[in-house]
Design a protein around this ligand. Structure first.
Ligand code: UD1
Length: 430
């Protein structure tokens, strides 16, 4: 298993390029199942989760070609409707094929994702919503077995109010509703930029959708969708990770290819911590090389749905707070058990008290390098941020978690002056 070796306290300075958003790319790829024509995506990130979903689509009979940031998808020859446990267990977003398969082919068999490191993460809202659209769904042998049960063989529009705000749940239901008969109203919908990006592709494919970006999305079903080309939005979590790294390491970094309007909640918190932030149409510059007192200020954070502070930024921001002046309260409201990075940050010298869903982080003047373990995708990113600011060498084990969601992270960080290298077991023969 690959590891990362980071020697901290190098000056981070310069320009780093953001990739396309993983969490936008995944539903966009799944949306290609809704048409027999070709869907082309640009600005696609090159990472494991995208390869996993591409593999799943190929196993259904689709053609998927990725050439750098371009992905060409054709679901003309799809003749299997099953997402196996082997694939779904490695990436629960595989459940995004459920809505499109059911809408276009009237059937789907998708493994339940099962346990996951950051909590139970059930898919009951996906199932409940699809049932409201006329699907007959049973859970058999660990699989969601779904069929369209209406006389016409098509899903039919319905009013759906989800019990909680769910991002992939909203996406699954949106995709399913595009080909349903009549109108669907999704109430309590997620408002993330990735939802709007999916709606933009679906509209380009001929879907009729209004209200995306608000909590009420209306979809008028159409008989068929056609091919389209679409550019994927920037990855706001990757952008945010670079900004946190720049603040923790007290650097001066510009992230190019970003969408500042997607980052409001984070930028406010970074400013509160003392960073100087400048933005342009597609870039964000963070300067922390002349912080008053030499350290960021501790800033309390509560994760919520968009447009609030993203749960996917909690670990990286905690790493900043670990080095801050003062104490901060960090409350996680989206997922249970999303503090697994805390024990690892403490190995680097952080002082953190956990009480249920809240952590109190007492800032220390300096962290010191150690061997730590990545436990999930964003927890790993938090460890990278901490390691870049820590004195001495940190080795982060199990970075396959990081490879799931970050495109060439160590190469990009080296480009702004970080001392970071991948230690590959394959090369060293261990
Ligand atoms: C997506 C993101 C993930 C991010 C999360 C929250 C993708 C591919 N992943 O995950 O990076 O951390 O949003 O912003 O976009 N829930 C249920 N039943 C359901 C669905 C969700 O109880 O049917 C719960 C979950 O357990 C969780 C909360 O609702 O507590 C929000 O989850 P959800 O928004 O669905 O997360 P994902 O879409 O899986």
């Amino acid at each position: 298993m690959d590891k990362l070796r980071i020697t901290g306290q190098r000056t981070l300075q310069g320009v780093v390029q953001a990739s396309g958003a993983k969490n936008a790319a995944l539903p966009l790829i799944a949306a290609a199942l809704l048409t027999a024509e070709t869907v082309q995506l640009s600005n696609a990130p090159q990472l494991m989760d995208v390869r996993t979903l591409a593999k799943l689509l190929r196993s259904l009979g689709a053609q998927v070609e990725q050439d750098g940031g371009q992905i060409r998808l054709s679901a003309a020859a799809v003749n299997h409707y099953e997402a196996s446990y082997e694939l779904v267990k490695t990436m629960r977003a595989s459940v995004l094929v459920l809505g499109p398969l059911l809408a276009r082919f009237g059937q789907a068999r998708v493994s339940l994702p099962g346990g996951c490191a950051i909590g139970a993460r059930p898919v009951d809202q996906h199932i409940k919503g699809l049932q409201a659209l006329g699907a007959d769904i049973a859970v058999e042998h660990g699989y969601i077995v779904a069929r369209v049960a209406t006389p016409s063989g098509r899903l039919r529009g319905a009013r759906i109010t989800t019990d909680m705000v769910t991002v992939t749940g909203t996406e699954n239901l949106m995709m399913a509703a595009t080909l349903a008969e009549g109108e669907t109203l999704i109430d309590n919908a997620a408002r993330e930029p990735e939802i709007v990006d999916l709606a933009n592709l679906l509209r380009a494919m001929g879907a009729q959708i209004r209200g995306d970006g608000t909590s009420q999305i209306r979809i008028q079903g159409v008989d068929a969708l056609h091919g389209a080309s679409h550019r994927i939005i920037p990855d706001r979590i990757e952008v945010g990770t670079f900004l946190c790294a720049a603040l923790a390491a007290r650097g001066d970094v510009t992230v190019q290819g970003a969408e500042p309007s997607h980052q409001d909640a984070l930028l406010d918190k970074l400013r509160e911590a003392g960073a100087q932030i400048d933005t342009g149409a597609d870039w964000i510059r963070l300067r922390a090389d002349a912080l008053p007192g030499g350290r960021p200020r501790a800033v309390s954070v509560r994760t919520t749905e968009y447009p609030g502070f993203a749960t996917d930024m909690q670990a990286q921001f905690m790493a900043v707070n670990c080095l801050a002046e003062g104490a901060a309260r960090m409350t996680e409201t989206i997922f249970e058990n999303r503090f697994m990075h805390v024990q690892e940050l403490m190995r680097l010298g952080a002082q953190i008290d956990i009480d249920g869903h809240t952590c109190v982080v007492h800032g220390v003047p300096q962290l010191s390098g150690a061997t730590v373990m990545a436990t999930d995708l964003r927890a790993s990113a938090g460890l990278v941020v901490a390691a870049l600011a820590a004195e001495g060498e940190t080795v982060i084990d199990r970075i396959y978690h990081l490879d799931r969601g970050y495109d060439a992270m160590e190469v990009k960080l080296r480009g702004v002056g970080a001392q970071i290298e991948r230690i590959s077991d394959r090369i060293s023969g261990k």
